[in-house]
Design a protein around this ligand. Structure first.
Ligand code: NDP
Length: 240
């Protein structure tokens, strides 16, 4: 049996590592992306994984995109809500656009993707929804009120939906990565990055593959009793 897994933002960074790891485990994988065609083409050439372009911030586009994936590959049984953006700025300078774009992608995007897939999972009495939140949704981060609010919202969504899915064979979990060496983090100035690494007990950035292994576990049959949970993978930075 080859389950179908759909990874949003699956062509770069953490999402690409997740998609690749799920494929290696035998899943039939679809990777969604927003607009970087070059990265998507490179990813498919390297992995053979099919890519699908739409914005998770657009509900109608999600409905149409998911319908295309399911027509091509079959019903989505594992959904990894990984797509995310940053539009950082101190709150006194933050624009409404910066706020809204991050909420639309990082929080509403999780609704937009899960909602059209949910009833199918209920009907089939099996599903795995895995939401990639963030350490900054747990602890809050200066300069990221928008991002921290959205990522904390993802954790509330996860815990509430887990209760609704529990008696239908669907688990809903979150992962809170700490700082991972993807383009998102490599884009911050080197000095800032050095100060970030100094706060990580293991003394280095995480690797995307280390988050992917957590996803593989949560997607597996072995994780059937794990729902409403958050896996914190941040190199020893502890936040409740
Ligand atoms: P990257 O910026 O490296 O990759 C982001 C991916 O998301 C790309 O594939 C991008 O597509 C896609 N994407 C962005 N916006 C949309 C959208 N509206 N619709 C569909 N796809 C979209 O990010 P990371 O790999 O660093 O981060 C992945 C997730 O992990 C995010 O949710 C992030 O918040 C979270 N995270 C990351 C941490 C880190 O240290 N890197 C730490 C904690 C959490 P395209 O290539 O087309 O632009």
């Amino acid at each position: 049996m080859s389950r179908v897994a759909l990874v949003t933002g699956g062509t770069r960074g953490i999402g690409a590592a997740i998609a690749t790891a799920l494929k290696a485990e035998g899943y039939t994988v679809a990777a969604n992306f927003a607009g970087n065609e070059e990265a998507a083409a490179k990813f498919t050439a390297e992995t053979g994984i099919a890519t699908y372009k739409w914005s998770v911030a657009d509900y109608d586009a999600c409905v149409a995109g998911i319908a295309k994936v399911e027509a091509d590959l079959g019903p989505v049984e594992v959904l990894v809500n990984n797509a995310g953006i940053t539009r950082d700025g101190m709150f006194h300078k933050m624009t409404r656009d910066q706020w809204q774009e991050v909420i639309d992608t990082n929080l509403s995007g999780v609704f937009n993707m899960t909602h059209p897939i949910w009833n199918g999972m209920r009907d089939r009495k099996f599903g795995r929804v895995i939401n990639i939140s963030s350490i900054n949704g747990q602890k809050g981060q200066m300069g990221q009120t928008n991002y921290s609010a959205a990522k904390a919202g993802d954790l509330g969504f996860t815990k509430a939906l887990a209760q609704e899915g529990a008696f239908k064979g669907i688990t809903v979990n979150a992962i809170c990565p700490g700082y991972i060496g993807t383009e998102m983090v490599m884009a911050v100035p080197e000095k800032v990055r050095e100060s970030i690494i100094a706060q990580i007990p293991v003394g280095r950035l995480g690797e995307a593959s280390e988050i992917a292994r957590c996803v593989v576990f949560l997607a597996s049959d072995d994780a059937g009793f794990v729902t409403g949970s958050t896996i914190t993978a941040n190199g020893g930075q502890y936040f409740v």
